[in-house]
Design a protein around this ligand. Sequence first.
Ligand code: XMP
Length: 432
Amino acid sequence: MKQDMIAVIDLGSTRNTDVARAIRALGVYSEICNYDITAQELLALPNVRGIVANGGPNDEVDGVKIRLSDEIKAAGLPVYTFDYEENGAVNAMPEEDADIAEALREFVFDVCKAQPNWNMENFIADQVELMRRQVGDKKVLLALSGGVDSSVVAALLLKAVGSQLTCVHVNHGLLRKGEPEQVVRVFKDEMNANLIYVDATDRFLDKLAGVADPEKKRKIIGAEFIRVFEEEARKLDGIEFLAQGTIYPDIVESGTKTAKMVKSHHNVGGLPEDLQFELVEPLKMLFKDEVRACGKALGLPDNMVYRQPFPGPGLGVRCLGAITRDRLEALRESDAILREEFAKNGLEGKVWQYFTVVPDFKSVGVRDNARCFDWPVIIRAVNTVDAMTAEVPELPWAVLQTITKRILAEVPTINRVCFDLSPKPTATIEWE
Ligand code: XMP
């Protein structure tokens, strides 16, 4: 293994992620470990050079105060005892953050003598070696959605085990314009992956016909997705591994042993019991920006690596109420125009998420001197840090006018364009 590591042992801190990120920002790899890690487990981590004993307010588990075990103290690794909250950084005072960064720097480099060798080249080399060791000459299956995480997993596995990987891309008919084509072009045509492309559009739209309740729609899409993927998996012989794009926040946000569970992590989505695979999760120690850097280093196109978040149910929750093909088409076309104009006008990467929504009611208009009765489209554009709250950014009027003109001219079933000014709360980012 090429990277040195500093282990951050969670002794009840709420800022484990911040400490791990601060160490990674110094160019040294860092992982968060549970408070009950044994000295043996700790010493088995590759190239561990030191420990940050990371205290904080959640330092009692089952009524017992947790502390660093004597066994670990005696393990011969340098220990830095730290309490982010006590150090005041919880108030995000810039000077104090700078002091903390300096203290960490001294510990990591002067005391632990760690090398700043955490970079994507080394990460990729290490993961390729680890995956080759794990998979051997066996076969691996991956559900490739075309999202950032699964795309980077695919690129990494192709580098590591090439033709032993089979990717399945399920098009549920609710993807954005050009997405399934891009997945096929990048992975099958350019990277030579074994890619099974399943156009399940009719199947999904049939199941969704007449279903107006947003949560029911989500459930149907999720369940059908698993079913289609399972059917494809059963057709393949001798697959022993399932690759997944689990990333570090999925694990950390599922709750460390001292923190309350924030949200459950459902990446391991409901495959039947008799389809048992061993998991390959090469991104599980990366934060989102690191996943993007990894994808970039592997040569994936920018619009795949830097793409805005897109919900699993896709356009299904933006075609409001019961989905119909005509409105879905209007949604897909208007969304493509919006994305194109955002890119042309330098807004891509500046606005966190932007898309169109088509409601399930019509409004009166005039077209070619005659009354028309067509669908409206709503533009949604938000900025956020964590998607829990969101603001609507000010957008150049001229860009909004161009988008409006183009949608009205190019999408024949739309006669009105609206702009959603609502922050979250009270509105959510999606309309359903
Ligand atoms: P809301 O609408 O809850 O959205 O403010 C917050 C973020 O989550 C995304 N989102 C979803 N992602 N499956 C997903 O994978 C879903 O069912 C889903 N619903 C919302 C949304 O796009 C936004 O980024």
